[in-house]
Design a protein around this ligand. Structure first.
Ligand code: NAP
Length: 300
């Protein structure tokens, strides 16, 4: 499995990252099943796991953490990413009246402490601010992130769903670098390729993690774009002996920005074969053929 060094930091993640957002959706959430998914990732060199405090109504970190509690030595073979700042309406927080974002130092620190406790670890490899907070005090948030790195509780920090003006403001108020922006990117969500986001990230040495790389499953759901893409997928499948999901991942992997797709399947067989996406080669013209079919029109 290829690895990608984040920005100019000393932290590397596996090129494919396993996202645990849907971990609590599966019918079988037993420790054995969660452990089988972790093992299927690790055996392919997928060592990086993408969490957020809120996933599964605040349950996914706990479910995953049971595996680390059972076998603490697993921690040394993986990188743990988590996120914070979304405050969900939840039975766990009965006094909340509205969903909101909170980038205050107190909220970030509390969220990190909860993540560490739930994951049975004493550090996160990477902490991301989950969504831009229109009420952010950049001085306070930047200092809070720096202090978390100084404390050793977090090795590196980054952001998610940020636009260039959001991360520039935060970065100006920090001494450590923001090493990642995790954004939605797929054949079905191509805006960041042309709206300046991916370009600015490369200029600022921020790595790109791609969430919902298969459009959250919409690539298989009979959308107009999926229907237009199907004949091209079929041709590549015949040429390279692979499946649609792997071609869609290969489309992101082919990009020179060294995008790290964050995969979300709960299906053990799909997890077991996902690293084959790295063997698929898409040349420039095929990359644009897929873009054109997804867009429904040729590039200008
Ligand atoms: P995704 O990989 O685009 O979508 C996964 C969905 O596609 C699952 O429902 C899966 O169903 C389905 N799927 C995959 N392969 C399929 C196939 N061959 N045929 C039919 N269905 C297929 O990713 P995602 O789950 O939406 O997101 C991935 C990760 O990104 C999350 O876990 C999370 O870590 C991260 N994320 C981050 C943000 C953010 O704001 N930063 C937002 C959303 C997600 P099966 O389980 O049945 O395979």
């Amino acid at each position: 499995m290829q690895r990608v060094t984040l920005g100019n930091s000393d932290l590397s993640l596996s090129r494919l990252v396993y996202g645990v957002w849907r971990l609590a959706d599966g019918k079988d959430q037993s420790p054995a099943t969660v452990r089988a998914k972790i093992d299927a990732c690790l055996s392919q060199g997928i060592t990086s796991f993408d969490h957020a405090d809120i996933y599964g109504d605040y349950e996914c970190e706990r479910l995953f953490g049971e595996a680390l509690k059972e076998q603490p030595s697993l921690r040394d073979s993986m990188e743990l990413v988590s996120k914070c700042d979304i405050a969900l309406i939840s039975e766990k927080y009965p006094s909340r009246r509205v969903k909101y974002y909170d980038t205050s130092e107190t909220y970030i620190n509390t969220s990190v402490e909860n993540s560490l406790q739930h994951l049975h670890t004493d550090y996160l490899d990477l902490l991301l601010i989950h969504r831009p907070d229109p009420f952010m005090d950049a001085v306070e948030t930047g200092a809070a992130l720096d202090k978390l790195i100084d404390s050793g509780k977090v090795k590196q920090v980054g952001v998610s769903n940020f636009q260039v003006w959001d991360w520039k403001l935060l970065q100006q108020n920090m001494s450590n670098r923001l090493v990642v922006n995790q954004i939605e990117m797929s054949l079905l969500e191509r805006r960041v390729f042309t709206d300046g986001t991916l370009s600015a990230m490369q200029s600022d040495a921020m790595s790109a993690m791609a969430w919902s790389p298969l459009g959250g499953g919409s690539l298989f759901g009979g959308t107009d774009a999926a229907i237009r893409l199907q004949p091209i997928f079929s041709r590549i499948q015949a040429e390279q002996g692979c499946t649609t999901d792997l071609i869609a991942l290969a489309w992101l992997l082919a990009h020179p920005a060294k995008i790290l797709p964050v995969i979300g399947t709960n299906n053990l067989d799909r997890i077991k074969s996902v690293s084959k996406a790295l063997d698929i080669k898409l040349d420039r013209e095929t990359w644009y053929e897929l873009w054109t079919a997804a867009a429904g029109q040729e590039v200008p």
